[in-house]
Design a protein around this ligand. Structure first.
Ligand code: DHB
Length: 556
C-alpha cells in the first residue's frame, strides 16, 4: 500500500474502503495485542531456554536457545517417516509441531534489548517442507565473515530458524498438508507469533529481516510482498495463528521490514515460459545437447513475450521492459556484476584464458569465449550473450523441459514443483496449461489425458484450487497492490545460476522498484556464483546494519 504515516490513518483508510483489515488496533512496537482466538495459547515463555556457548571469531558467546517453539495453536500432525527432497527417508521426533516451530537464538548480550533485529531464516530449500533445525550448535566455532548465522549473532540480532510445511510433507492421516500456500501461511503465522509476543521477547518484531535461498528466497519474496494481505486469513485461522479473531479478521500485522533473498525460485506459474525463452533464444539447449523436448520448449518460449508485456514493468530507463529488450537487460546486469567484482579487486581472465569455477567440492575450468574485460580500467568491453548462456548451461546441466511443471511424471528423473499444488488429498497437480495438457501419467487423475478437459478450461473452473495457489505464492501478484510490501530489499542471483531464468529476479526487482511501499532495492547478479546463497556475508550484513539505521531514521 502507499505509505501512510500513522497506523491510525491506515485504519481510517481501510474502514473507509470497508475492507476487513489487518493492522487496526494492533501493536506495532512492543505492546501485547489481544483479541485473537488463539493468542492466549501462543504466549511466549521467556524463562524457557537453555544457555549454549559458541565461539565467534575466537570469542566465546553465550546464547539463549528457545527450543522448538510451536508458533501455531493448531499444528498439523505429521507422519514420523518423511521423504526428503533427495528421495531418501528420515524419521522425525517432533511429529506434533516439528514443521511449524522455530528455534530462537538470543545472544546473551541482547537478552534485555527490545530494539534489536530479528533475523528470520526460512529454510525451505527446494520449496520443500523444512523440519525445525538448529543452525547454532553448542560448542561450535564460527567465522563471522563466512557464516551469516555467526554474523547475525555477533551483530546482536536474534537469530531464528523457521520451519514450515511445504511440498513433500506427509501428514499423520496420509494426506499432503504442505500444498501451497502452506509455507507462506506458516511463515506468516511465525511472524504473527513474534508480533503477538513482542513485549515478552528480546528484539523488535518491527525489525524482522527475512533471509532465504532459492525456495527460501522465493518464500522470503512472497512474505515481503504480501504483508497484511487478507487473502491468507482463512488459512491462518485454520492453522491457529496468532492475531485472528472469532470472525476470521486480523488483529495483528504480518508485514516485515527487510528481505535478504538469494536466487528466488519464484513466479512458478510462469517460470517455464521464462526458462524456455532464455535457453532457446540463442539455441542454448541445442548447443549444449540438452534439448529433450524441442517442440515443447518452442511452445513455452513463444508465450513469454505476451506474458512479459502483461506485467507492464519498466526497464529502469523509463521504457517498457519487454521480451525485445530483456536480453539486453540481462547483458547490462552481467556487465554490472563483472564491473563491481573488478572494482572490489577481482580479476577476470582475458578472452581465450581459462576461467575457473567451483562445482561442489571441485574446481573446474572453462575457456573464456564470452566476456572481454579490461582489467586496467576495470570495465567490460563486450559480452557475447549466446556464448555466456552456453557457459551457464555447460557448468550446470539445464533442467528438463518443462523445468517446473513437470509433464513426464512417468519418466525417471523428472523433477519439478508439481507436488506443491493440488488439494491435500492429491500427491501433485499440474499448475500450468502446458503441464496439464501434456501430462503423460495415465491414471493419476491429472491432466487432459485423464480428464479430457483442457488446462485452459480446468484452471478456470471455480472448483479448481490451483490458480489461487499459484497466486498465493507469487510476489508479483502482491507488489504494488494494497498489501504492505517490505520497504527494504537485498536480492542476489548468481551469474552462473541455471536453476531459474535470470529474468525471474529481474522482473521481481523491477516490480519492487515501482511499488511506493519500497524504499530500496539492492539487486545484483552475483559474480561467478552458482545457485547458492549467503556467499556475501560481510556485504549482506553491512546492508542490514545500514538498513536498520535508515529505518530507525524514518521512525520504523
Ligand atoms: C530450489 C532449486 C530449484 O531448482 C527449484 O526448482 C526449487 C528450489 C532450491 O534450491 O531451493
Amino acid at each position: 500500500m502507499h505509505h501512510l504515516s500513522t497506523p491510525l490513518k491506515a485504519c481510517a483508510a481501510a474502514a473507509a474502503m470497508l475492507l476487513a483489515l489487518t493492522a487496526c488496533g494492533s501493536d506495532n512496537d512492543g505492546g501485547t495485542a489481544s483479541g485473537g482466538t488463539f493468542d492466549s495459547a501462543l504466549a511466549f515463555d521467556s524463562a524457557k531456554y537453555t544457555t549454549i556457548n559458541v565461539t565467534i571469531d575466537g570469542v566465546k558467546v553465550p546464547v539463549r536457545w528457545y527450543k522448538e517453539v510451536c508458533y501455531v495453536a493448531k499444528p498439523t500432525a505429521v507422519a514420523a517417516t518423511q521423504t526428503t527432497l533427495m528421495g531418501t527417508t528420515t524419521t522425525i521426533a517432533n511429529t506434533a509441531c516439528g514443521y511449524q516451530s522455530m528455534n530462537i537464538f538470543v545472544p546473551e548480550s541482547a537478552a534485555a534489548n527490545g530494539d534489536t533485529a530479528l533475523y528470520f531464516a526460512v529454510n525451505n530449500g527446494g520449496w520443500y517442507a523444512s523440519y525445525v533445525k538448529a543452525s547454532v550448535t553448542d560448542g561450535a566455532s564460527y567465522d563471522s565473515t563466512a557464516s551469516n548465522v555467526a554474523a547475525a549473532l555477533k551483530a546482536g540480532y536474534v537469530y531464528i530458524d523457521v520451519a514450515t510445511r511445504s511440498r513433500g510433507l506427509a501428514a499423520a492421516d496420509g494426506s499432503w498438508p504442505g500444498k501451497a500456500p502452506a509455507p507462506v501461511v506458516d511463515a506468516k503465522a511465525a511472524i504473527r507469533y513474534l508480533r503477538l509476543n513482542d513485549a515478552r521477547m528480546p528484539g523488535s518484531a518491527s525489525r524482522i529481516v527475512v533471509n532465504g535461498t532459492s525456495g527460501g528466497g522465493a518464500l522470503s519474496s512472497i512474505i515481503g510482498a504480501s504483508g497484511n494481505s487478507p487473502d491468507y486469513l482463512p488459512y491462518l485461522a485454520a492453522a491457529g495463528a496468532a492475531g485472528i479473531d472469532a470472525n476470521g479478521r486480523s488483529t495483528l500485522r504480518d508485514d516485515v521490514l527487510a528481505i535478504n533473498a538469494y536466487c528466488p525460485i519464484t513466479d512458478l506459474g510462469n517460470a517455464d515460459l521464462h526458462y524456455e525463452w532464455l535457453y532457446t533464444a540463442f539455441g542454448t539447449r541445442a548447443a549444449v545437447g540438452r534439448n529433450p523436448n524441442p517442440a515443447g520448449s518452442a511452445q513455452l518460449a513463444a508465450k513469454f513475450p505476451a506474458y512479459q508485456q502483461s506485467l507492464k514493468l519498466s526497464n529502469g530507463s523509463g521504457a517498457a521492459l519487454t521480451a525485445d529488450n530483456m536480453m539486453d537487460q540481462i547483458r547490462q546486469e552481467v556487465i554490472h556484476s563483472a564491473e563491481v567484482y573488478m572494482a572490489a579487486g577481482g580479476t577476470i581472465p582475458d578472452l581465450g584464458e581459462e576461467m575457473s569455477y567451483a562445482s561442489g567440492p571441485t574446481t573446474k575450468t572453462y575457456v573464456n569465449d564470452w566476456l572481454d574485460v579490461d582489467n586496467g580500467t576495470k570495465k567490460v568491453v563486450s559480452i557475447d550473450m549466446a556464448k555466456y548462456l552456453k557457459f551457464v548451461a555447460t557448468q550446470a546441466t539445464l533442467k528438463a523441459a518443462p523445468a517446473f511443471d513437470q509433464t513426464g511424471m512417468t519418466v525417471t528423473g523428472a523433477t519439478g514443483e508439481s507436488n506443491l499444488f493440488g488439494t491435500s488429498s492429491q500427491k501433485y497437480s499440474n499448475f500450468t496449461e502446458y503441464g496439464w495438457d501434456n501430462n503423460d501419467a495415465r491414471g493419476d487423475g491429472i491432466g487432459y489425458d485423464d480428464t479430457g478437459i483442457t488446462g485452459n478450461r480446468y484452471f478456470s473452473l471455480a472448483t479448481t484450487p490451483v490458480m489461487e495457489q499459484v497466486k498465493l505464492i507469487n510476489p508479483l501478484a502482491y507488489i504494488a497492490t494494497s498489501a504492505t510490501a517490505a520497504p527494504y530489499w537485498y536480492v542476489r542471483h548468481g551469474t552462473r545460476d541455471r536453476d531459474t531464468a535470470f529474468t525471474v529476479s529481474i522482473n521481481l526487482t523491477r516490480a519492487l522498484q515501482a511499488d511506493p511501499d519500497v524504499q530500496e532495492v539492492n539487486y545484483r547478479l552475483a559474480w561467478n556464483q552458482p545457485h547458492a546463497g549467503n556467499y556475501d556475508v560481510p556485504e549482506a550484513m553491512a546492508w542490514i546494519a545500514q538498513t536498520l539505521k535508515a529505518a530507525a531514521a524514518r521512525g520504523l
